[in-house]
Design a protein around this ligand. Sequence first.
Ligand code: GLY
Ligand code: MN
Ligand code: MN
Length: 464
Amino acid sequence: MFEKEVYIKRRSQLKSEIKSGIALFLGNVDTAFNYPANLYSFRQDSQFLYFFGLKNPGFAGIIDFDNNSEYIFGNDFDIDDVIWMGVQPKVSELAAKVGVHKTGQYKDMIDLILKAKNESRKIDFLPAYRGETIIELSTLLGISINDVKKHASERLIKAVIKIKEIKSEEEIKEIEKAVDIAYEMHTTSMRMATPGRIEQEIAGTIEGISLALGGPVSFPIILSQDGQTLHNHHHDNILEVGRMMVTDAGAETQECYSSDITRTVPVGGKFNKRQAEIYQIVLDANLAAINAVEAGTKFKTIHFIAAKVIIEGLIKLGLMKGDSDKALEAEAHTLFMPHGLGHMMGMDVHDMEGLGENYVGYDEKTERETSFGTAYLRLGKELKSGFVITIEPGIYFIPELIDKFRKENKFNDFINYDKVETYKDFGGIRIEDDVLVTENGFRVLGKPIPKTIEEVEAVMANPL
Ligand code: GLY
Ligand code: MN
Ligand code: MN
């Protein structure tokens, strides 16, 4: 964990945003995998972790804004726990490490909440995403399970996002550590992308690198030569020369900060002409978007800068046609990139998405689009110094989407369908980096991971 001053400061920021009532932060509990004693590896709730710093299951934190009091609750280990799991500091000792001095056992939290409820005090809580938490909130607050979601506190959501979206020095260092782990994962993946190998061998190896150097992967690894499927979690293909292999993978650090990096490489280590042409367009879009990152610029604007590069590149190759501005206006690029350019990143790989995508990514000045593809843009609002975001343009040839749009005569003025048909066996390419918005521009975080054609081929010249 960080120094206790970090958590004290975070809670005091929250106290300067909210002046009354009580905020209840339920940490996560252990969850059974396939029978009660066989557990998933524990991951603390990111909001509890941010404000209260402890990675223990079954803990809860409370901030009483009326009385300027902070509490941590959990159960001290009894002798049975000690026998199976070893000795652990008492709740009061753990809480002191994060600057909290009012503590109790879990039942004391229940008593405090019931008393507050009887006194009709306002109890704010954040949206829950696990069944166990929803049930607990329902029981504690006397709300039906189906209504828990709609009772989540908008003012608490907004206050937490306002604080958490600006990353501090120690958080940026953690994210850079996570990218450095991703460097090892991705260069290993590149070197293992040899023909005849099953994807699973690579996915398993790089997941092991994450665990060995930091923590679990920050999301299930996407690794496939069927990169046209955007979130392809199947790893059962045997790699073949002529295919591109997408690896979209990141790590969590011990402090639970993420990386989210994508690289796409030619199986066997050498780009053929067709692969190099499409790859270079995606790389150009990635670089143009990164170079446009600046505090005060809307991320939606940068999304369309990347889209324009893709359109212009595809027109040059004869896959698109017509006027590039008009094609952009029609959003004809969404045939090839039916997703958003990126998202916030932090403790969660899609940072704070559980609090509501639109709260995190949009505001009163920036409305979310509803059109095909662009609707998936999770972040649209103006960037601020201290945001950490991903930049992840891609070009994909999705046979089913090509067939659908062709049949609908969609974008006929901008798409050369006859030529696009010949790319149906291509797969997809995505290139993703993690970028800090600074006062004067941007900084790509972590050790640079090879991404030019020359750099990728150089790494792949040493296969594993
Ligand atoms: N790793 C999923 C994404 O890039 O958003
Ligand atoms: Mn990714
Ligand atoms: Mn991403």
